[in-house]
Design a protein around this ligand. Structure first.
Ligand SMILES: Cc1ncc(COP(=O)(O)O)c(C=O)c1O
Length: 447
């Protein structure tokens, strides 16, 4: 197989992609018989690997009974069971769940629940959202409006709803040259400054990814950041929304990524790992505090779609979550995560371009820089991250490279997010092929 041409952008599917044939565990095969190890669970989705027979059987059983009981006519065993599982996994006051069919819809629902909350309180001025640059919340217009991802927004500018975008909370690139130790404090203060600048009575919610994925390459919130923003949101009556579409459902070693920081949001989104890609599923989850306000006023969240709470999708979610629980996979991710990161550090030692290896659990990024001292990125025109993706495919590895993490245009990262049940040999294979692919691409651009 020859290396396919580099696509113009990661936001559109490139030409000449291999045709997928089937998958088993951590491996995928294309129609030519070529095998790939799935080092990123695709886009951080396939958290229990491919072709799981238990999940397939659970879906088939549900389909035999009924595919979809429309939620305005019926509840179902699958819907009720998954609601109970998610509430139990979230713990605390996050007990209320609306199931949707993906991450963007989950985020969209979170935004609408926040608006409903303030409307129910008679605070119709609180319409604005504050988010961060280098963040990705989804491709629907609302979710795109709050996303800080230049390349994906550009074509829609002018039609997006107004939102504030604060600088990213990234300890490797602290704001305005701040002391890295102070990044959490400085970034939290930026939130409070923006709330005061716009007037708290105009702010609905602050939304952020506890560990940033597609737009920032696995950057976890700096220490104390989440606690400080929780205090600030409480002080100003602003709701806190945690977008855990990518980093949640156990990927970072706790079922809720923000549980690591000991912080509970008012509203949160999950999606990718919830049904592990077996069927499309996401959820918006909200707290007792929010429910106590919106339920008497509106009867519940006004975010329903035809397929919200789709029965077969919920059955897939139940089956996946039972496996995650039974096989103690979140504990496994927490325990093996540091070892996985160490493997990456060892395999990439000697590659001068590796600037940082941020992340947590099975959600690790490798940031490539032109100059380690100054942290200067490579020329964006090189599209280094896309070259790594192509080279990795050539080497039989699926990884998730992202670009633009430095200023929206420049910056190259490679994200690894293996299935939670990938064996240690498989983790080693993922890491070795990643390091090899990066070395090959760097050698090619310098020759
Ligand atoms: C943090 C986050 N939120 C929302 C989304 C959107 O999810 P989806 O692509 O399922 O609509 C993504 C997708 O990558 C994401 O990473």
């Amino acid at each position: 197989m020859t290396i396919q041409p580099i696509p113009a952008s990661i936001t559109v599917a490139g030409p000449g992609l291999p045709k997928v044939a089937y998958g088993r565990g951590s491996y995928v095969w294309d129609s030519s018989g070529k095998q790939y190890i799935d080092g990123s669970s695709g886009p951080a989705v396939y958290c229990i690997g491919h072709g799981n027979e238990e999940v397939n059987a659970a879906i088939a059983r549900q389909l035999e009974r009924i595919a979809h009981g429309y939620r305005y006519n019926f509840t179902s065993d699958a819907l009720e069971e998954l609601t109970a599982i998610v509430a139990e996994k979230c713990g605390g006051r996050l007990k209320h769940v609306v199931f949707v069919t993906g991450g963007s819809e989950a985020v969209e629902s979170c935004l609408k629940i926040a608006l409903q909350y303030h409307a129910a309180k008679g605070q119709m001025g609180r319409r604005r959202f504050i988010a961060r640059q280098r963040s990705w919340h989804g491709n629907t217009l609302g979710a795109l409006s709050i996303s800080g991802f230049l390349e994906r927004r550009q074509a829609f500018e002018g039609a997006l709803m107004p939102a504030s975008h604060l600088p990213p909370a990234n300890i490797y690139r602290p704001p305005n040259g701040a002391d890295p130790e102070m990044t959490g404090e400085v970034c939290a203060q930026q939130l409070e400054n923006e709330i005061l600048r716009l007037g708290a009575n105009n702010i609905a919610a602050f939304i952020f990814g506890p560990v940033v994925g597609a737009a920032g390459a696995r950057v976890p919130a700096p220490p104390l950041y989440a606690q400080r923003i929780r205090e600030i949101c409480n002080r100003h009556g602003v709701l806190m929304i945690a977008d855990e579409v990518m980093c949640g459902s156990g990927r970072c070693g706790t079922w809720r990524a923000l549980a690591h920081d000991g912080v509970e949001p008012d509203i949160m989104s999950v999606a990718k790992g919830l049904a592990a890609g077996y069927l499309p599923l996401g959820a918006a989850i909200y707290s007792e505090k929010v429910s106590r306000v919106i339920t008497p006023a509106h009867g519940g969240p006004m975010t329903g779609h035809t397929f919200s709470g789709h029965t077969a999708c919920c059955a897939a979610g139940v089956a996946v979550q039972r496996i995650v629980e039974r096989d103690e996979l979140v504990d496994r991710v927490r325990q093996i995560g540091p070892k996985f990161r160490k493997l990456i550090a060892e395999a990439t030692r000697g590659i001068a371009a590796v600037g940082d290896i941020p992340g947590r659990g099975f959600f690790i990024g490798i940031e490539l820089v032109r100059d380690r001292e100054t942290k200067a990125p490579f020329d964006a025109a090189l599209k280094l991250y896309l070259r790594v993706r192509q080279q990795a495919l050539e080497n039989g590895l699926i990884c998730y490279p992202v670009g633009g993490n430095v200023d929206g245009i420049s910056g190259d990262c490679v994200i690894l997010a293996p299935p939670y049940n990938a064996s240690e040999d498989e983790l080693r294979e993922i890491v070795d092929k990643t390091a090899k692919s990066i070395r090959q691409v760097l050698a090619a651009i310098s020759s």
